[in-house]
Design a protein around this ligand. Structure first.
Ligand code: F6R
Length: 366
């Protein structure tokens, strides 16, 4: 079933262009996001929504964090994202007309499901699920839903589930944006950009040989730091989670601006720093963060797009260039090299890639 691939994780990484294309199929076209894709009852709910609370665990939580940047920017709706295990036991303030969104690959994660059930008592406008398993509890118990179409995910480390969740959230962000006065020309441009996502994922996958080489630098490391800014910060978090999970290297992610508030103390020649640095308004800020790292001898691995200008100090590190496909879809595109990196580091370290120790694919107990 793995075919030509050595592990399910690798197969699932390479399935992403198809999985994302399937998730977009019949849901977005030339004129934008198609009607009724969130269910026939969705229109009045989405028109009324004034706030959004997104609840999930692990990788699905990181997808929610990306969605916060998108929805706040495009639809100007306040979004709160929280891990389900905290949300369910907290006395959450729910303003009027708040939409509850649960995100889950399996739809059976105990904390996410319990949070969703708890949300019923907290007076939300409605419950919306982004999920990969149609017959799951999360889907059955939600009012509105958008299914990801990743297909079965066997590897414990989530890959195609994440990028399809991003695709689903992008559809939601665009649809909410359109309802709430997003400039129509910009809306159409972003819709087009989203439709090109499978193609840019495909092109990111082609740099696998380069990533494999780069992975060798990590084999003997005990720690790694992942940096991103803005919408790439959750991408850095996801990259660090992948590395921890399957290669057992301690990794942490920081929004790069936080470096000097503590983690910079950890940086020395033994600390690899992975930076997600596509072009964008925050690139200059990130570059100065990276120079601080270089000055302390930290080994830099920078993922940048073809337009991002770097300077000599940063170029002394390892630079990987890929086509971002545009600022909107770039979080999904830049996720790919980070997945490949953790995969190859794990293979080289000889860990059980598809079944990492101590972890279960679906966490159905608290
Ligand atoms: C990480 C991973 C986990 C899951 C988390 C939530 O690679 O797989 O962090 O993302 O357990 O699972 P779902 O999405 O099924 O609710």
């Amino acid at each position: 079933e793995r075919g030509e691939y050595r592990h399910y994780m690798q197969k699932e990484i390479f399935e992403q262009p198809r999985a994302v294309a399937d998730t977009l199929e019949g849901r977005i076209g030339q004129h934008g996001v198609l009607p009724n894709i969130f269910g026939i009852d969705a229109d009045p709910v989405l028109d009324r929504t004034k706030q959004i609370h997104i609840v999930a665990c692990g990788t699905s939580y990181h997808a929610g964090m990306v969605a916060k940047y998108w929805i706040e920017e495009l639809a100007r709706l306040p979004v709160v994202v929280e891990v389900a295990s905290e949300y369910r036991y907290r006395d959450v303030v729910v303003p009027e007309d708040t939409l509850f969104v649960a995100v889950s690959q399996s739809g059976e994660t105990a904390d996410t499901l319990a949070a969703m059930r708890e949300s019923r008592r907290r007076g939300y406008l409605a419950t919306f699920a982004i999920c990969n398993v149609p017959e799951s509890s999360v889907v059955r118990e939600s009012d509105l839903r958008l299914m990801t179409r990743a297909g079965p995910e066997i590897g414990v480390a989530s890959t195609k589930a994440f990028t399809t969740q991003l695709a689903a959230f992008a559809l939601l962000a665009l649809d909410l944006g359109r309802r709430r006065g997003l400039d129509h020309t910009r809306y159409l441009k972003l819709c087009k950009e989203l439709q090109s996502l499978p193609r840019f994922i495909e092109s990111a996958l082609r740099i696998e040989p380069q990533i494999e080489e780069l992975a060798e630098h990590f084999i003997l490391k005990h720690n790694a730091l992942f940096l991103g800014r803005g919408v790439q910060y959750p991408v850095a978090l996801e990259g660090s989670l992948k590395l921890k999970e399957i290669s057992y290297i301690h990794a942490e992610a920081y929004p790069a601006g936080e470096l000097k508030h503590g983690p910079l103390a950890l940086v020395d020649e033994d600390m690899p720093i992975v930076a997600v640095a596509p072009n964008g308004p925050l690139l200059d800020k990130l570059k100065s963060n990276l120079q601080e790292v270089r000055a302390r001898g930290g080994e830099l691995f920078v993922f940048a797009d073809e337009h991002a200008e770097m300077d000599d100090t940063i170029e002394q590190g390892v630079m990987v260039r890929l086509e971002s496909g545009g600022e909107f879809i770039s979080p999904a595109v830049f996720t790919i090299p980070l997945q490949l990196l953790s995969y190859h580091v794990a293979v080289m370290r000889g860990t059980d890639v598809d079944q990492p120790r101590n972890l279960a694919k679906s966490v159905t107990v608290e």
